[in-house]
Design a protein. Structure first.
Length: 157
């Protein structure tokens, strides 16, 4: 595993942040480091994150296209059970009828079932749809931002 511990379940918000802040053509060594984590199965993303990324047609979409194995982890029975627990804990989100914020509970569920840390750029709290950090706090999971991952892994660029 990575120097940071058990690994990471990443949200599209962190990958999108990387795309904007650390473009692939300017920071290729960062993207290679992400590739290395993906190859070691230390960094993973749920299939709902994959779906969010592929709504676009930009360098991130192109980068992700050849990395489907690590960036498109399918739902399993354990994750479904966790998402049901999240839905019960946050009934106001009404995950059964919405297509917005669809990946968020799955990112958390993937982390719970694999004992991973959650990586997203979300912060604060919301009344209608809980933010990823709120779900992490409710379920006792570590939440971090992409810059925290870089530090935990000891990366410098």
């Amino acid at each position: 595993m990575g120097a940071g511990g058990n690994g990471y379940s990443i949200d599209s918000s962190s990958l999108i942040r990387c795309r904007h802040t650390y473009p692939i053509d300017v920071f290729p060594s960062l993207w290679q480091a992400l590739d290395d984590l993906l190859a070691k199965n230390v960094l993973v993303a749920h299939e709902e994150v994959w779906n969010e990324i592929h709504r676009g047609t930009d360098p991130l979409t192109a980068w992700a296209a050849s990395r489907k194995t690590g960036l498109c982890v399918p739902a399993d029975a354990g994750q479904i059970s966790v998402v049901q627990q999240i839905a019960a804990a946050f009934p106001q989100a009404n995950y059964t009828t919405t297509t917005e914020h669809r990946a968020d509970p799955w990112v958390v569920a993937l982390a719970m079932t694999r004992t991973l840390r959650v990586v997203s750029e979300e912060g604060g709290a919301a009344l209608t749809f809980p933010k990823v950090p709120q779900m992490c706090k409710a379920f006792g999971l570590a939440h971090m931002h992409i810059l925290d991952v870089m530090r935990a892994e000891g990366w410098t660029f």
